[in-house]
Design a binder for this molecule. Structure first.
Ligand SMILES: Cc1ncc(COP(=O)(O)O)c(C=O)c1O
Length: 404
């Protein structure tokens, strides 16, 4: 057994990032300044987008994007249930109604469910690229275009991901990335919105800094002036130069980070391929999967322990694990406020029952990955249901007890 705890996720921060942050601190540019501008330009070039607007988080990116598209109290916004709460919370912040839909067995938003959920009030569709693999973007975009509805992509997991040969960042009207501590690349906290729409980019810049009419950071330089106008009550969502200092170097490392994530994912795939108790993460064609998450599922009825107990067993062997995600429709706020019931989300319910994410990040060494494999295999072998006592088919459709 390992003698130190392996967290399920950790950032990789190199000496270049540390030196660049030091440079920002010494320069006095501790809030939005020239490094944010440079980071935006480099991120736009990386994704191929015309514009990149740096903000304080992906939550801020989603909120500002919906606000810029005019989402308000009479509107509905379609979101998948297998996501982090931020995807739907921002809809509520604008007084609109989140319309939560089921996912497909590949964990991605169900196009069919989106199709059924579209109403005359649908203002935006937010697909999520779960785990760092693009959802069925082409189908979603075609469906949305037929109804004249803009798509805002929640690409929190998908910096560096590709769909049909093009990097995520230019497919939807706006694309929102997260640079939270454990994402594919990090700025501590931070986010980015990319778009090819000039007007939307202008509006996003306005909204992300108080609704002020000019490049606010320039007003403190010689080129700037003291005068500005508030055109609407915007938000305080700007990124700082300290964050951008990290981001500039993390972006340079991103492709390498992704390659390392893919290597570890391939090692896990291979190591668990002979275990019928473990369902491997879905891999879809036409994508470059960044493996932000390595989310496995336990096959129903094959183990004499549940997911929560398995996580405890991993912990006892010094291995961290987590769950992505508790589906939105299970949270008290969304259940009570909108009356969602588990039966409306049969696929997400089935996925959620045995879902857990194993450690996977560039900082992990080969021995770390092998420790995860050994721990999982040992637990599976200890708690395996003997072949003669395997359940009949159909058990897996039972409701998931609330405590799981
Ligand atoms: C799918 C998804 N959307 C949005 C967010 C919010 O990102 P941030 O923490 O940068 O606000 C997260 C963060 O975990 C996420 O996983």
């Amino acid at each position: 057994m390992r003698n130190s705890f392996l967290p399920y996720c950790l950032p990789f921060i190199g000496e270049e990032e540390i030196a660049e942050v030091g440079d920002s601190l010494r320069s006095g540019w501790v809030t939005t300044g020239p490094k944010v501008k440079r980071f935006e330009e480099e991120f736009a070039a990386y994704t191929g987008a015309r514009h990149a607007v740096a903000v304080s988080s992906c939550t801020a990116a989603l909120h500002a994007s919906l606000a810029a598209l005019g989402v308000g109290p009479a509107d509905e916004v379609i979101v998948p249930t297998l996501t982090f709460c931020a995807t739907a919370n921002v809809v509520v912040h604008l007084g609109a109604t989140p319309v939560i839909v089921d996912v497909d067995p590949d964990f991605q938003i169900s196009v069919e469910a989106v199709c059924r959920a579209i109403s005359p009030r649908t203002k935006v569709i937010i697909p999520v690229h779960y785990g760092g693999q693009a959802c069925s973007l082409r189908d979603i975009l075609e469906l949305a275009a037929r109804h004249g509805i803009p798509v805002v992509e929640d690409a929190a997991h998908a910096a560096g991901a590709e769909y049909e040969g093009r990097r995520i960042g230019t497919h939807g009207r706006a694309v929102c990335f997260s640079f939270y501590a454990i994402k594919n690349m990090t700025t501590g906290e931070g986010g980015m919105i990319t778009t090819n729409d000039d007007d939307l980019a202008g509006r996003l810049r306005l909204l992300s800094l108080h609704g002020m009419s000019r490049d606010a950071w320039k007003r403190y330089t010689e080129a700037g002036s003291w005068y500005y106008e508030v055109l609407e009550p915007g938000y305080k969502y700007n990124m700082t130069d300290i964050q951008a200092a990290l981001g500039i170097h993390q972006l340079r490392r991103l492709d390498g980070f992704i390659r390392r994530r893919q290597e570890i994912a391939a090692l896990y795939d291979e190591a668990f391929s002979d275990l019928p108790e473990i369902l491997l993460p879905p891999r879809l064609p036409g994508r470059n999967h960044t493996f932000h998450l390595y989310a496995i599922r336990l096959e129903a009825g094959r183990l004499q322990l549940n997911r929560a107990q398995l996580i405890e067993e991993l912990h006892a062997r010094n291995i961290g694990a987590s769950v992505h995600f508790i589906p939105l429709h299970r949270h008290p706020y969304y259940r009570q406020r909108y009356g969602y019931r588990a039966e409306q989300f049969p696929v997400a319910e089935q996925i959620y029952r045995g879902l857990l994410s194993l450690p996977l990040y560039p900082k992990m060494t080969g021995p770390d990955a092998n420790d995860v494999v050994s721990a999982v295999r040992e637990i599976v072998e200890t708690y395996r249901v003997p072949a003669g006592r395997l359940p009949e088919k159909g058990v897996s459709s039972a409701a998931v007890p609330a405590q799981f």
